[in-house]
Ligand binder design. Structure first.
Ligand code: E4P
Length: 221
């Protein structure tokens, strides 16, 4: 399973890439607005840093607006993926942008029927929002599981990108049900790396090591 970072913070993305933690990035208008910088500059910088796909969302709601914005966004970099909201006119844009060779991520997916239509329209990635469904007392992960099974049964090329991830357990469950990608916000990415028992264990090992008189490779302590 690939791991993307759900953020538009150049600083945090750079750090995650340096440590080899992420395979791509997803952004959305809220995340980009939070950075308070020029849209194009932020996107160009992220695309330079990240070795994999970078999803960037359109903000127009008509077919014509989505097509125009999508084509412009696609020109920013080779690794850019155009994010289109799950709307009827959005599906038309997905079909037409995909047929022009532009990769599309269909966002704001909340049901398996929406995800099926997005894949049939030609989406490269389809993003069910797990946490937001959980907030409404649904089991968000059920949509991920259903879409993985449906795409496999019908040999659809779309990849299920589990989004709106709130905690590490979501990541584990997404992996268990076969999601192709999970996109995690920076705090959750940190949580994936850390475990208190690792810190306690390391402290104990290093304290014990102080008792060994010769140190390691004769290096000063
Ligand atoms: C995905 O591409 C979205 O940017 C994101 O996962 C939304 O998550 P949220 O529900 O935490 O805003």
């Amino acid at each position: 399973m690939q791991i993307f970072m759900d953020s538009a913070s150049v600083k945090m993305i750079r750090d995650a890439v340096q440590h080899g933690l992420i395979d791509g990035v997803t952004t959305n208008p809220s995340l980009i607005a939070k950075e308070g910088a020029d849209f194009r500059e932020v996107v160009e910088e992220i695309c330079r840093i990240v070795p994999g796909p970078v999803s960037v969302e359109v903000v127009g709601k008509t077919y014509e607006e989505m097509m125009a914005e999508g084509r412009e966004i696609a020109k920013i970099a080779d690794n850019v993926v155009v994010k289109i909201p799950m709307l009827k006119q959005g599906l038309r844009a997905v079909r037409d942008l995909s047929s022009e060779g532009i990769r599309v991520n269909v966002t704001l997916v909340f049901s398996a029927t929406q995800g099926l239509l997005a894949a049939k329209a030609g989406a490269t990635f389809v993003s069910p929002f797990i946490g937001r469904l959980d907030d409404y007392a649904h089991v968000g992960m059920d949509v991920v599981r259903d879409l993985v099974a449906i795409y496999r049964t019908y040999n659809l090329a779309a990849q299920v990108l589990a989004a709106s991830i709130r905690h590490p357990r979501h990541v584990v469950e997404a992996a268990l049900v076969g999601a192709h990608v999970v996109t995690v916000p920076p705090p959750v990415l940190e949580q994936l790396v850390k475990h208190p028992l690792t810190d306690v264990g390391l402290e104990r090992f290093l304290a014990d090591w102080q008792k060994v008189p010769q140190g390691i490779f004769g290096l000063p302590r």
